[in-house]
Ligand binder design. Structure first.
Ligand code: HSE
Length: 324
């Protein structure tokens, strides 16, 4: 879907005086689909509020929940740019609108923090204006917002945060996104250790050439994973949820990664790898008990090594961003 194919309805500026939107965190890459696969969590997530104001133009009036100083300047802010792009597409940049951004998740955690803010910004404006665009058509605006933080167009966090569920990005530039069915009972475990991994560095360190044998095996994993998801075939998912190319290169950035992965697999998870560019580590399970037990075991490893961490257990969030 491209910007040109958006289905725009009539704007109804009186429908709401103010709206609040929740945009969830997401796990990108998901072991077998570097840069193309992602899924949404139920929590954490960001909240974006927008309301009409008397003075014309879009203004960011408040940002809470982050130690990192985020720009109040609309054009330097992921949520601001995404919101602005929606207004621009509607020819409504003169409307007086105030925006508040309430960050509920850390930056640089590998949980798609900037993607969630961008999604929230685009969706909040769309809701305030009476939903002139279909949700899916907000993707290009949210991607433009996320590009402010990432410096590129990557839909692997934006797509699941907006649309929910598992998404496969066939092509980010044209927003060609496919939904992957989610088997009943699938749960995610995410452990976020308080260590810093910068996405830019985690990308810059990757080899630009891939060994042909590894590429073949990884394509096979990716294809088989999708078939496993479509058929609720957890054994096939378990055999496929592997990253032979990126994980070995990035694992050294996360202290004790292999120890954490080992205890998660010992608890019976389907697979465990790096969430996005890290440092968070995710696991997928076919029931909530395994997800919880794995989470406790993973957390215990970081505690043993005196590394503070946060644990999130979540069903796959099939709704994505929503009005609160
Ligand atoms: N897929 C990206 C990476 C992160 O692993 O570098 C999210 O866009």
């Amino acid at each position: 879907m491209t910007e040109g194919t958006q289905t725009r309805k009539n704007i109804d500026p009186n429908k709401h005086t103010g709206v609040k939107v929740f945009a969830p965190a997401s796990v990108a890459n998901v072991a077998c689909g570097f840069d193309i696969l992602g899924f949404a969590l139920e929590r954490p997530g960001d909240e974006i509020l927008v309301r009409y104001a008397d003075t014309p133009g879009l203004k960011i009036t408040k940002i809470t929940g982050t130690k990192k100083k985020l720009p109040l300047d609309v054009m330097g802010n992921t949520a601001g740019v995404a919101a602005w792009k929606v207004l621009e597409a509607l020819g409504e940049t003169g409307l007086g609108i105030e925006m508040e951004i309430h960050k509920k998740m850390p930056f640089g955690s590998g949980l798609g923090s900037s993607a969630a803010s961008a999604v929230g910004g685009a969706m909040a404006i769309n809701e305030l204006l009476g939903r002139p665009f279909e949700k899916r058509d907000l993707l290009p605006f949210a991607l433009a917002g996320e590009a402010v933080a990432s410096g590129g167009i990557h839909a692997d966090n934006v797509a699941p945060s907006l649309l929910g569920g598992f998404t496969l990005v066939r092509d980010s530039l044209t927003c060609d996104i496919a939904r992957v069915p989610v088997p009943r009972g699938m749960f995610a475990t995410v452990v976020y250790p308080y260590v810093e991994v910068l996405t830019k560095e985690a990308r810059a360190m990757l080899k630009t050439e891939v060994d042909l044998k590894l590429s073949i095996q990884q394509s096979a994993n990716m294809g088989a994973f999708i078939i496993g998801m479509m058929n609720s075939d957890f054994d096939l998912i378990r055999r496929s949820l592997k990253d032979l190319i990126i994980e070995p290169q990035r694992a050294p950035l996360i202290p004790h990664f292999y120890e954490v992965q080992k205890v998660a697999l010992a608890e019976g998870v389907l697979g465990c790898s790096i969430s996005g560019s890290g440092p968070s580590i995710f696991a997928l399970s076919n029931n909530s008990l395994t997800a919880e037990n794995a989470g406790k075991a993973m957390q215990a490893i970081f505690k043993q090594h005196n590394i503070e961490c946060e644990l999130f257990i979540s069903a796959i969030n099939n709704d994505g961003a929503k009005l609160v």
